[in-house]
Design a protein. Structure first.
Length: 231
């Protein structure tokens, strides 16, 4: 075996054993003295052309890499189940049933502020996307669902979304009318608020005192008139 062939074998072993790309300088330091490292690298690169693994140069560093045309065959796709937060589920339902609508409109329906990460998570899952800007002051951005949303939930069109009756039948909503679940206003105040009683007796006594006082005044006035007539 010639020295050149031995040098090629050494380079191949060094590059294969390294977890990171190796610089040309480091290869020179590891090779026998007087070895033509540049020539050996070019010959080794030629030997690996057309194979599943290629020798590539990355800005002065050398490493073995899989052939680019095989990249699609080497990819492994795994579905990671991610549990949506309650805020994300509420936001998704609001967008699905009321689209297109702006973020302030979503917050108005939910009654709380919507964190930016909530919409980002739904966008990352591919279920919502930005829609057209509304023709209003500030031109706010609207949000709509995507075709991936329909495909994931096996819905052909938005009109196939379950209605109120369907949700009630599935047990997701209360069958009773919403007004029945709210106590009447009189029930809210009758139990806690004390009744204000009016003192009818005190008022009648006051009226009687006024009437007695008037009668005394009339009697005094009549006695004065009789005394003047007698005089």
């Amino acid at each position: 075996m010639s020295n050149n062939d031995q040098n090629i074998r050494i380079l191949e072993a060094l590059l294969f054993a390294s977890a990171e790309p190796v610089s040309t300088k480091d290869l020179h330091d590891r090779m026998p003295e007087g070895a033509d490292v540049g020539g050996a690298l070019m010959e080794l690169k030629t030997q690996y052309e057309g194979r599943g693994v290629n020798l590539v140069e990355l800005d002065g560093y050398w490493a073995f890499r899989t052939a680019t045309d095989l990249a699609g065959l080497l990819q492994i796709e795994r579905e990671a189940q991610r549990k949506l937060s309650r805020a994300a589920m509420e936001t998704l339902a609001i967008v699905a049933y009321h689209q297109p609508l702006t973020r302030p409109e979503i917050e108005n329906i939910r009654g709380v502020a919507t964190h930016k990460g909530t919409l980002d998570a739904l966008m990352e899952m591919g279920w919502v996307k930005p829609g057209r800007r509304r023709e209003a002051p500030g031109r706010p951005l609207t949000w709509v669902t995507t075709t991936e949303f329909l495909d994931h939930f096996s819905i052909q069109a938005l009109t196939d979304l379950p209605g109120l009756e369907d949700l009630k039948a599935s047990g997701l909503l209360d069958r009773r009318p919403a007004i029945e679940a709210i106590p009447a206003s009189r029930d809210l105040f009758e139990e806690d608020s004390p009744e204000i009683e009016t003192d009818d007796d005190s008022e009648s006594e006051y009226d009687d005192d006024e009437e007695n006082e008037d009668d005394d005044n009339d009697a005094e006035f009549e006695s004065e008139i009789e005394e003047e007539a007698a005089a």
